[in-house]
Design a protein around this ligand. Structure first.
Ligand code: ADP
Ligand code: MG
Length: 352
């Protein structure tokens, strides 16, 4: 390219920047649900309810009883790169689900987003952002906490809309996201309901808040989420070494599944889909299961936040450990010891 045909470099406008970011953060309705529920949990909610219509394409609504926001907070909450969760100087010490300050700005740029919130000692207020256009803050009526409504997700990005799957498939992905977060936070109550036009809301599931110590609460929650069949067949895992700790429940080999649908791994309470961690789980069971069977387990790995980077991926599904080998070996030896202790000898020489 030469002369006057040379391309001109110009900055993108804010709406375009947000839409591009949204492409990474919000892939489908379930990703929006994940961001909104994580925000509710970060706000200290004890109860979170999620309602959706048409697989989340028409409506997603997340209601929480957390700390809420003031009228002055609302424009900041929907602004890009504004967050109450970190101060920017310490990206290695993250204790909340969120920290990028991108989710609400992204959702407001690709859908019709309404935040209604009330912080203690303040009046309730509301703000709407539609396809990146921000409306004024208005007074509202709300007892406590926050209600976030997202309508017509991707109406502003029709190309993305076309890639969505059937309502049923998207609803399934939403349920999966809420289930994972419900397993990560047993002390919090969750409800998930589908609202079909002209019909009464249909409850998909409800998980009451659990109490007791970590293991009691998790046990109760897993009975709700995976069934008593899982918990009565699961071994308690509680092992640690050198600042790494692995806790949760791992099913006996006799409870194995034909697929990996019952494998849930959390890092410092954050649901992750990490290949290294799932690989270690598979290796741990290798001698106990025939090749076509998959272990079932719910495991939470905790460590100093400085030893794991959750900022590898916009949706934070992958993580990177400073000492991956130590993590891998803790999972493998921790699970193997528990399985051997339960009298489950390696199911020797499985005919492949
Ligand atoms: P992040 O979670 O990374 O901070 P978000 O865009 O998801 O970014 O949210 C921006 C800010 O809005 C949060 O830091 C928080 O202060 C506020 N916020 C969002 N959702 C809620 C909620 N449900 N309750 C209280 N505050 C919220
Ligand atoms: Mg967030």
């Amino acid at each position: 390219i030469s002369g006057t045909d040379r391309p001109v470099i110009r900055p993108l406008d804010e709406a375009a920047i947000n839409r591009i970011a949204a492409g990474e953060v919000v892939e489908r309705p379930a990703s929006a649900v994940k961001e909104l529920v994580e925000n509710a949990l970060d706000a200290g909610a004890r109860r979170v309810s999620v309602d959706y219509s048409a697989g989340g394409k028409v409506l997603i609504r997340v209601t929480d009883d957390g700390c809420g926001m003031t009228a002055a907070d609302l424009p900041l909450a929907v602004a890009r790169h504004a967050t109450s969760k970190i101060d920017g100087s310490d990206l290695l010490n993250i204790h909340s689900f969120g920290f990028r300050g991108e989710a609400l700005a992204s959702l407001g740029s690709v859908g019709r987003l309404t935040l209604t919130s009330r912080a203690e000692g303040h009046d309730a207020a509301q703000i709407t952002v539609t396809g990146g256009r921000e409306g004024p803050v208005k007074p509202a009526a709300l007892n406590r906490g926050t209600v976030i409504e997202l309508r017509d997700l991707f109406f502003a990005t029709p190309a993305r809309l076309k890639f969505l799957r059937t309502d049923r498939a998207e609803a399934g992905a939403i349920a999966e996201v809420v289930r994972r977060l419900a397993m990560a936070e047993p002390m919090v109550g969750f409800t998930l309901s589908e609202i079909a036009e002209g019909e009464a809301p249909r409850q998909i599931f409800r998980a009451d808040p659990q109490s007791g110590d970590f293991f009691d609460a998790l046990h109760g929650r897993l009975t709700q989420m995976l069934g008593a069949d899982f918990t009565t067949n699961a071994l308690k895992i509680d092992v640690g070494r050198e600042g790494l700790h692995l806790s949760g429940y791992a099913a006996l080999p006799t409870y194995s599944r034909g697929s990996s649908v019952q494998q849930f791994v959390f890092v410092n309470g954050r649901p992750v889909l990490d290949r290294m961690l799932l690989g270690a789980l598979r290796v741990a069971y290798f001698d106990f299961l025939s090749r076509d069977r998959h272990p079932a387990a719910v495991l939470n790995l905790t460590c100093d936040p400085e030893r794991v980077d959750v900022n590898v991926h916009p949706a934070k599904a992958e993580v990177r450990f400073r000492e991956p080998e130590a993590v891998r070996s803790l999972i493998i030896t921790g699970l193997r010891t528990a399985l051997s202790g339960a009298g489950h000898r390696a199911s020797t020489t499985v005919a492949d």
